[in-house]
Design a protein around this ligand. Sequence first.
Ligand SMILES: Nc1nc2c([nH]c(=O)n2[C@H]2C[C@H](O)[C@@H](COP(=O)(O)OP(=O)(O)OP(=O)(O)O)O2)c(=O)[nH]1
Length: 131
Amino acid sequence: MTVIVVAAVIVGPGGRVLAAQRAEPPALMGGWEFPGGKVDPGEGEIEALVRECREELGVEIEVGERVGGDWPLSTGGYVMRAWLARVASGTPQAREHLALRWLEPGEYYDVAWLAADLPLMEAVEKLLAQD
Ligand SMILES: Nc1nc2c([nH]c(=O)n2[C@H]2C[C@H](O)[C@@H](COP(=O)(O)OP(=O)(O)OP(=O)(O)O)O2)c(=O)[nH]1
């Protein structure tokens, strides 16, 4: 069965985008991603996205437009789905990540994105440039 991983592209004022540095597993540690995680059995995708942001960052998010379709992950049978989002309340904290970073336009590629996230970041950049 395909495992769905949901990811939140949290956009702040001026088009800044929140990147999070993975703490585990060892193979991915230090790489940068969009906050999110696996959808639990019986859980909706948006519900999972909201839950993961609450758990990982301590914020409530408002979910916006979907970014692309299914983004393949290197782990067999995993696909990632991503949505634009904004912080509705709270300030993001690195509860499960090594660090968080707001990337301003012009800094979008300043972090070592995980392989799957680099094309996603490119799609986000195109989407935000249309605004
Ligand atoms: N959350 C997230 N995961 C990503 C991204 N890019 C990417 O390759 N992945 C991979 C890393 C993991 O193998 C998988 C997501 O698993 P996770 O560890 O974040 O999920 P989870 O929070 O549900 O964790 P757990 O309860 O299973 O420990 O997807 C991304 O941008 N965000």
